[in-house]
Design a protein around this ligand. Structure first.
Ligand SMILES: C[S@@+](CC[C@H](N)C(=O)[O-])C[C@H]1O[C@@H](n2cnc3c(N)ncnc32)[C@H](O)[C@@H]1O
Length: 399
């Protein structure tokens, strides 16, 4: 993570600009929590991307580094913002790791889509098939070539695997695959009901010690059943007996689907992982869930507004009255973590909040500007748990 240690904590007047970087405002922690020092958050904007820089006392020096919740990519932009702040504030640098200014280009590719594309724009009349965690992409490419009339979606969180797949799609002239860098556990929510023929989950990480990180959960299975058409299948292939047993238990006696089980079944294509396990003489287990139900169309509620303005708004009163314990509701939670007051601006501040689904929480800052609220860096992704948590946040802020 890029960072700079300085001799003193120099603050600047905002808004101001330096070296193509805008500094919009500075907020100071309103209350000092246990084990935490006073902290300043500097709202920084480069190339239309906004993020916060943290500035805090470290004893013998002061540390400037990007705020984790709002960090942007590529990392070169974070460095540029830190260096510009040091320049504009005339700070003496003790040490830094921000001198390498090469800004790595983000991957641009016609087949690589942002999650917002699937939230707002994606439409197809074709059958969809989805591969979760495609890794080397061997299986996905095989399927895409074999089924040119199917629209494939590959979901991965590992950037080198994504780059490798995109390269292979171009080399082999394959045009029916879209790729998204996103957590597959949340992705299904944005796909229309009854449109998917197959979902492949081949050799997922078993997460024996952290089961909440597993792809399969009741929620994932329910969403899979919603997007699957009648006779559509959710196909797990794994070398982990534990993961297999866990999934069989989750998938047994569902009201909308039934399962079939296999051991050491041969597929037309064998993935890199599969080759490795087979060489080691391990068993390979398959569990296929077949949907027999037609589902209602999905509804996505994208409303993350904080309508209206509060009369006689008092930021300090709001900060003082915010509940500080995590509020756990049925299927979601809200936890107000910290508050910050914007310097030299009346009734303006930042509220750090974590909310949504327990296993996939989202952290955001709520920007308060003279009694008006909005999410800093824009709205959260409209998953159902984020949306219901937002309604709770609004209720708390407005009462
Ligand atoms: C063990 S590898 C298997 C890769 C490939 N399916 C195969 O059979 O060779 C698991 C893959 O799932 C990806 N993955 C793990 N968790 C994920 C998640 N929540 N969403 C999407 N992909 C994920 C990992 O990055 C990794 O590439």
């Amino acid at each position: 993570m890029p960072h700079i240690f300085t001799e003193s904590l120099n603050l600047i007047d905002t808004p101001s600009s330096k070296d193509g970087v805008d500094f919009e405002f500075i907020a100071k922690s309103y209350e000092i929590q246990e084990h935490r020092q006073t902290e300043y958050k500097i709202s920084t904007k480069i190339n239309n991307k906004q993020y916060l820089i943290n500035f805090r006392d470290k004893g013998n020096s002061f540390l400037l580094k990007p705020d984790l919740i709002t960090r942007i990519s590529p990392v070169g932009l974070l460095k540029k913002g830190l260096n510009a702040y040091v320049n504009i504030s005339n700070s003496n640098v003790i040490s830094s790791n921000t001198s390498d200014l090469k800004i790595k280009k983000e991957i641009q590719d016609e087949y690589l889509k942002d999650i917002n594309y699937f939230v707002d724009d994606f439409k197809t009349n074709k059958e969809i098939q989805i591969e979760v965690g495609f890794g080397s992409g061997r299986h996905l490419i095989h399927q895409a070539k074999k089924n040119p009339n199917v629209q494939f979606i590959g979901i991965e969180i590992h950037t080198p695997s994504i780059e490798q797949l995109l390269k292979n799609l171009h080399i082999q002239g394959i045009e029916n695959v879209l790729v998204v860098n996103y957590d597959a556990r949340l992705f299904m929510e944005f796909i229309d009901s009854n449109q998917v023929g197959k979902i492949f989950v081949h050799f997922p990480v078993p997460w024996d010690k952290k089961p909440h990180r597993r792809i399969y959960s009741n929620e994932f299975i329910n969403e899979a059943l919603r997007v699957l058409k009648i006779d559509g299948t959710l196909e797990l292939r794994t070398d982990s007996r534990k993961y297999f047993d866990y999934c069989v238990e989750l998938l047994t006696n569902l009201p909308k689907g039934n399962i079939s089980i296999d051991i050491n079944k041969d597929l037309e294509v064998s993935s890199k992982y599969e080759d490795r396990w087979k060489k080691m003489g391990k068993n390979i287990y398959d569990v296929v869930l077949t949907s027999f139900n037609e589902d209602l169309p999905r509804k996505i509620d994208k409303d993350f507004s904080f309508d209206g303005k509060i009369e006689n708004f008092d930021l300090i009163k709001l900060f003082d009255n915010l509940p500080r314990k995590s509020m756990v509701m049925d299927g979601y939670f809200v936890h107000f973590i910290n508050t910050f007051k914007i310097l030299n601006e009346e009734n303006s501040g930042l509220i750090e909040v974590t909310f949504g689904n327990f296993d996939r929480p989202v952290s955001k800052y709520i920007l308060v500007k003279d009694g008006k609220f909005s999410y800093y860096q824009g709205n959260p992704i409209p998953t159902s748990s984020n949306n219901i948590a937002h309604k709770k946040i609004k209720e708390i802020l407005f009462t």
